[in-house]
Ligand binder design. Structure first.
Ligand SMILES: *[C@@H]1O[C@H](CO)[C@@H](O)[C@H](O)[C@H]1NC(C)=O
Ligand SMILES: *[C@@H]1O[C@H](CO)[C@@H](O)[C@H](O)[C@H]1NC(C)=O
Ligand SMILES: *[C@@H]1O[C@H](CO)[C@@H](O)[C@H](O)[C@H]1NC(C)=O
Ligand SMILES: *[C@@H]1O[C@H](CO)[C@@H](O)[C@H](O)[C@H]1NC(C)=O
Ligand SMILES: *[C@@H]1O[C@H](CO)[C@@H](O)[C@H](O)[C@H]1NC(C)=O
Length: 559
């Protein structure tokens, strides 16, 4: 009896994967750790390249043929459907020959998971193109991408991702979709290009509203997203516009890129090459990594005072070209759909600031692009309650600020920022808005190489590090607003800070004195207090390391 049970239970151990279970449609086969699916409908190469959307959640792409072992697998699918030629995922982006694998890639629409080709079963015929098809009995042929062929998709276990509502939306092609409809799910967002165009009245809000998702003009903020846009472009050029081979990169798009100026008519030092942001209908904005090599076309952006937008094109030398609003409305628009933002009220207010702004270190930081002296700047952090010139006291914090506010590159080198740090004789202080000061802990200040030198102010540079300079020159400045610092919340009871994050422990201090002491100390971010013997611990950094200690309560700013 026991033996029989064991035997009957045994097969359950071999449970099929989710991908195996889904790999059950006609002309599909699970091979190795991939599902291969042959599509018999005919498409041109670039169009087939973005059409592997049968199975959600596995980053579909044209099949990567890595050895001759694939031949019987794919040829039996071809036999079963009488297909003689099918596109596979091998491609050259520049100039390649079919004498070797050099320059050839196992391609994907986003170039994510792409690899240099290690094996190509070259045929002896049809060797004059950058796109590769499998010809039954002939193996790999390189030909013109505009040829209409069947195609073979591959879904790999190792490229699985979590399916989100945006991914689901991306798979569902709407009824009556226009013939220029293309979609792709990349890095958490669904990108769709269809019939929509931006209008002057809707330069941020032209993308349709979708229940349960937020929409915006596409933020091409990662290289995968940029490559996806190029794949869209080539697909539309060959199929929708029927362009000749040498014009497959002649696409231009409108996206969500805008120049948000601090001052009109280029009177601020950031114009026209700085202050480019990805914007949303709600008014959120994130700095664009516009100094990345793939970003601007040559000579771009120009110093034009009216070109506050830019479009992406593959024409000329690929990249963004600045333009006015009218130009944007003449081009195809890429829309982006993603899960709703989950900002708190505090974060929301911060991100809607007209200044570049970012949330971190239980604070809102704003970049104020108005050049004034330190003494004037000291009282100017008034956009939200409780503001002060920022206290950037570690390399981590400097890196965060430079990444979140100007993408490491968008701060003019001539405009390092005043922040709260000022020197009187040899001592550095954090200066409060009312001019009072508290001694700064200089142990971990983010000094640039060779710093500090002479100068009574410390200015935060493009790289997020500090350099000394004069307090009386006119500079831009960095503000910080703590998230309701005055309203400390009680944290988990019976905890005090572990010694590694405590900057001071004092006795005989009331709760109020302890709280005041934290607020006055430039490096204090939370505190713990024991009401039984009035011990007060000031805690630094975003560290919340705590240890059990009866009678203590931990107080932190409300999040
Ligand atoms: C495909 O069909 C041909 C005959 O048309 C046969 O020679 C070949 O073995 C078949 N290949 C596979 C993998 O089934
Ligand atoms: C989407 O909704 C917003 C807010 O209701 C509106 O301003 C915008 O025009 C809508 N977009 C479209 C394309 O209908
Ligand atoms: C200053 O900061 C360092 C490192 O963060 C810390 O170890 C030290 O205790 C701090 N000193 C004071 C006086 O707070
Ligand atoms: C706290 O204050 C009391 C009375 O003022 C004093 O006797 C005691 O020594 C103080 N304790 C500490 C740890 O300073
Ligand atoms: C104060 O009380 C806490 C908790 O009761 C205890 O852990 C700590 O050692 C006490 N400190 C002093 C100085 O008595």
């Amino acid at each position: 009896m026991i033996i029989a049970l064991l035997i009957f239970n045994f097969p359950l151990i071999y449970s099929a994967t989710d991908l195996q279970n889904q790999c059950n449609i006609p002309l599909s086969v699970y091979y190795g750790t991939s599902c291969l699916i042959l599509h018999t409908e005919l498409k041109k190469f670039n169009t087939a390249k973005i059409a592997c959307n049968d199975i959600l959640g596995y980053s579909g792409h044209l099949v990567h043929i890595r050895s001759l072992d694939y031949q019987p697998v794919i040829e039996s699918l071809m036999n079963a459907s009488s297909v003689l030629n099918a596109w596979i995922g091998t491609e050259c982006y520049g100039t390649c020959t079919t004498a070797s694998n050099a320059g050839w890639y196992y391609t994907t629409p986003t170039r994510k998971f792409e690899e240099s080709a290690t094996f190509i079963a070259w045929s002896a015929t049809g060797m004059t193109g950058n796109s590769v098809a499998w010809q039954k009995d002939q193996k790999s042929i390189a030909i013109d991408p505009r040829t209409d062929y069947a195609f073979i998709c591959e879904y790999e276990e190792k490229y699985a991702y979590k399916i989100t509502a945006a991914a689901e939306y991306c798979k569902s092609k709407p009824p009556n979709a226009p013939s220029n409809f293309v979609s792709a799910y990349v890095d958490g967002s669904c990108f769709i290009m269809a019939a929509t165009k931006a209008t002057i009245a809707k330069l941020r809000t032209s993308c349709s509203n979708v229940t349960g998702l937020v929409s915006r003009h596409a933020h091409l903020s990662t290289t995968a997203k940029v490559h996806m846009a190029r794949s869209f472009g080539r697909a539309l050029a060959e199929t929708y516009y029927n362009y000749p081979l040498n014009q497959l990169s002649d696409f231009s798009f409108t996206t969500g890129l805008e120049q948000l100026k601090a001052c009109t008519d280029n009177t601020c030092s950031e114009e026209g090459s700085y202050s480019w942001f990805w914007t949303t209908p709600e008014g959120y904005k994130w700095p664009a990594k516009m100094q990345e090599s793939y970003f601007w076309g040559p000579g771009q952006p120009t110093t034009s005072t009216t070109n506050n937008y830019a479009y992406m094109t593959g024409k000329y030398t690929d990249g963004y070209y600045d333009c006015d609003a009218t130009r944007l409305t003449a081009l195809g628009l890429i829309c982006e759909y993603l899960e709703p933002y989950s900002f708190t009220d505090f974060e929301n207010a911060c991100l809607l600031s007209p200044n570049p702004s970012a949330i971190g270190y239980v604070s809102c930081f704003t970049l104020n692009r108005n050049a004034i002296t330190f003494d004037t700047a000291q009282g100017k952090c008034t956009e939200f309650p409780g503001g002060f010139l920022a206290r950037v006291n570690t390399v981590d914090m400097g890196t965060f600020v430079s990444t979140a506010l100007w993408a490491k590159t968008g701060l003019p080198p001539t405009m390092p920022l005043f922040n709260g740090l000022r020197r009187y004789s040899s001592q550095w202080y954090w200066i409060n808005p009312d001019g009072t000061k508290s001694t700064a802990n200089t142990t971990s200040l983010p000094w640039d190489a060779g710093q500090p030198l002479t100068g009574d102010c410390a200015l935060l540079g493009q790289n997020g590090l500090l350099k000394t300079g004069s307090c009386t020159t006119n500079q831009w400045y960095l503000c910080q607003y703590r998230n309701k610092l005055h309203e400390f919340n009680r944290g988990i009871a019976d905890l005090k800070a572990s010694p590694s994050v405590v900057m001071s422990e004092t006795y005989n201090m009331s709760f109020r004195q302890c709280r005041q002491s934290c607020q006055n100390n430039g490096d204090c971010t939370s505190f713990s207090h024991s009401s039984s013997n009035n011990t007060c611990q000031l805690i630094s950094g975003s560290n919340k390391a705590t240890v059990a200690a009866s009678g203590f309560n931990w107080y932190k700013p409300e999040l």
